[in-house]
Design a protein around this ligand. Structure first.
Ligand code: CP3
Length: 356
């Protein structure tokens, strides 16, 4: 099955946008820029809308998810919207009791730790994704020529939350399961790949013009473990997009050691964290990949001249790749002054008064 004729990539709305062109390897006149976690707590209008409400409930309320997705586009003039949701949404929709605790992240009261816990995981009923489909459809309707990026968590990062029961420092319980019971591990990662793959596919089918896989915690793995015990499942998650001609992006923290493996995932662009310069990343990745990144989030509080010099350096190093999409090296910290983000967008877009 391919994209429908009325999909924004097919009907002409987003195919020529700077973001889609850059993901596909071109260098548009305007360098595209967006921010991971641009929809969220750095925006007063987000905090107002969300006040007191449950995070995952907000994700599953189409009017709210759509409005939050649009807020940063209106305010900053970024080159893409990213769908307001969370990596654990498909896990919740498959019946796992997960919630999001402010300041911590996803938490499970009953973690998935044993072979019998894994066997209890049920498949995701496609109908459960209807609120996601509706929110995406409604959002792209409003976005016009600005592309929406759909996203999902990679199987390893999701499994890390499921096994640990919450955020963890180096995913020791998850990695122990991987080592002590590889069979159960493989079953768990396949389950994660399928629910997250279905979630990603639903967003693309409903109108997302790009798809990003977040493997935030993959940096805790050795290269060998990644290759043998994780990569095949990330590939399986992305395989859910088969037949849909949409640019694909991979992002993780501390991924430079596994860049050579990431190039085999079949993505078009690779997100780079703040630890490795983009020209070094491009040298490892080669000419077939667009790089995305990598303004250090820690620089967002620096005086403008220092931040500007840092952005210049990022732009300069980004020239080493076939194309470049500007982003942060990780998500926007909640305490960020939103005006700084707006200024970065205007500066990257070459608006002269933003430079002073
Ligand atoms: O703007 C966007 O980027 C789109 C929405 C988005 C959210 N989470 C919303 C959110 C995206 C793409 C994610 C991905 C996500 N979620 C990742 C991968 C990216 C990364 O940051 O590494 C991970 C690991 C999660 C799991 C998760 N969910 C965490 C770590 C947290 C933060 C906990 C906290 O309070 O610090 C969440 C909750 C979450 N997801 C919030 C938002 C806006 C904050 C919820 C709130 O308003 O309190």
């Amino acid at each position: 099955m391919s994209l429908k004729p009325e999909h924004p990539l097919v009907d002409g709305r987003t195919a020529d946008s700077p973001l889609v062109r850059a993901y596909r390897g071109e260098r548009p006149e305007r360098t595209p820029v967006w921010f991971m976690r641009q929809a969220g707590r750095s925006l007063p209008e987000y905090r107002e809308l969300r006040a007191g409400g449950d995070m995952l409930q907000a994700c599953l309320t189409p009017d709210m998810a759509s409005e939050i997705t649009l807020q940063p586009v209106r305010r900053h003039g970024v080159d893409a919207a990213i769908f307001f949701s969370d990596i654990v949404v498909p896990v919740l929709l498959a019946g796992v009791d997960v919630r999001i605790v402010v300041g911590r992240g996803p938490v499970l009261d009953t973690p998935v730790r044993t072979a019998s816990d894994v066997l209890k995981l049920r498949p995701l009923d496609p109908a459960a994704l209807d609120p996601v489909r509706q929110a995406v459809a409604q959002t792209v309707e409003q976005l016009g020529s600005t592309p929406l990026i759909g996203f999902a968590g990679a199987p390893f990062t999701l499994a890390a939350y499921l096994v640990e029961g919450g955020p963890s420092k180096d995913q020791i319980r998850a990695r122990s399961l991987m080592r002590s019971d590889p069979q159960t591990w493989a079953t768990l990662l396949n389950w994660c790949a399928d629910v997250t793959g279905q979630f990603l596919r639903a967003q693309v089918e409903s109108g997302a013009s790009a798809a990003q896989l977040f493997d935030s915690w993959v940096g805790s793995l050795s290269r060998e473990d990644y290759r043998r015990r994780v990569f095949p499942h990330s590939k399986r998650a992305l395989d859910h997009l088969r037949g849909l001609d949409v640019p694909k992006v991979h992002f993780g923290l501390g991924t430079d050691r596994i860049f050579p493996d990431i190039t085999a995932l079949g993505v078009d662009a690779v997100g780079v964290d703040w630890r490795i310069p983009l020209d070094d990343a491009a040298a490892i990745l080669g000419e077939q990949f667009t790089v995305q990144g990598n303004i250090d989030p820690a620089m967002l509080t620096a005086p403008w001249p220092a931040l500007k010099a840092h952005i210049d350096d990022v732009l300069e190093r980004g020239q080493a790749a076939r194309a470049h999409v500007v982003n942060l090296g990780h998500g926007v910290p909640p305490e960020t002054d939103p005006d700084v983000l707006t200024r970065i967008v205007r500066y990257v877009h070459g608006e002269r008064d933003a430079a002073e």
